[in-house]
Design a protein around this ligand. Structure first.
Ligand code: DC
Length: 231
């Protein structure tokens, strides 16, 4: 019997959702989908084509030519994002896209468009997807839902150190302010705000190493898969 499940991982910005999701997908042989990358790809498309957000909000047909796919790069052990056949992994992480993705992801037509695609990808299960609304809106029936969090100070410290390592010099207070601001926008927007699903397990990793988190989540996943096999 095929006991593939869907694992939904939601949570605040910069708390390691992607790392955990990728690791789980690799261990289980599942597909990993970074739903944030899809919002970023739509943002890039709108920017490149000079399409104003108000028009997209009125006319979902403007999104009709967007095709987003993920291609696994075995060498990098990484899924890269493609927009209409072009590898846009780098562009979607640019500061310009990062600055503009929040208002784009708050548009209802954009969310409906992407949620339908995300549900399609998960139709055969065997998927780990991370985002903000995966356990609440995209897959309310996911067999395992994890809601990740950590204190804003810890997330800011991690982000600050990551930027320092890349040679990008910023002020810690600025990073902290930005994280708090994004938490606020993500949690208070009208369309699918970030919220913990009632049946999600909270994983507060403020004082937890990546390895411990990975082991714990894998244990949960294997537990769920095993319990399904006995049903
Ligand atoms: O995870 P990320 O930072 O790459 O996400 C980019 C943006 O997309 C962020 O502003 C939140 C939004 N997002 C969303 O609204 N819903 C999702 N399922 C995933 C991301």
């Amino acid at each position: 019997m095929d006991n593939k499940i869907i694992i939904a991982i939601d949570g605040h910005s910069s708390c390691g959702k992607g790392t955990l999701a990728k690791n789980l997908a690799k261990e289980l042989g599942y597909l990993f989908i970074d739903s944030g990358a899809m919002y970023r790809a739509v943002t890039l498309y709108l920017l490149r084509n000079n399409i104003p957000l108000e028009e997209v909000a009125e006319d979902p047909a403007l999104l009709g030519n967007i095709k987003i796919t993920f291609v696994y790069d075995a060498e990098k052990s990484f899924y890269e994002t493609y927009l209409n056949g072009e590898n846009v992994e780098k562009e979607i992480r640019s500061m310009e896209v990062s600055r503009r993705v929040s208002p784009v992801s708050a548009i209802r037509t954009v969310r409906l468009f992407l949620v339908a695609q995300q549900q399609n990808i998960g139709a055969n299960r065997g998927v780990v997807m991370d985002g903000r609304d995966i356990g609440t809106v995209v897959f309310p029936d996911a067999e395992l839902k994890i809601f990740m969090t950590a204190s804003a100070e810890i997330r800011a410290k991690r982000r600050y150190e990551e930027l320092q390592k890349k040679g990008i010099h910023v002020n810690y207070q600025e990073v902290l302010h930005n994280i708090r601001e994004r938490d606020h926008i993500d949690s208070t927007r009208d369309e699918s705000p970030l919220a913990k699903a009632e049946d999600a397990i909270t994983l507060d990793n403020s004082a937890m190493s990546k390895d411990v988190q990975a082991r714990l989540a894998l244990q949960w996943a294997r537990g769920v898969i095993k319990s399904l096999a006995h049903q």
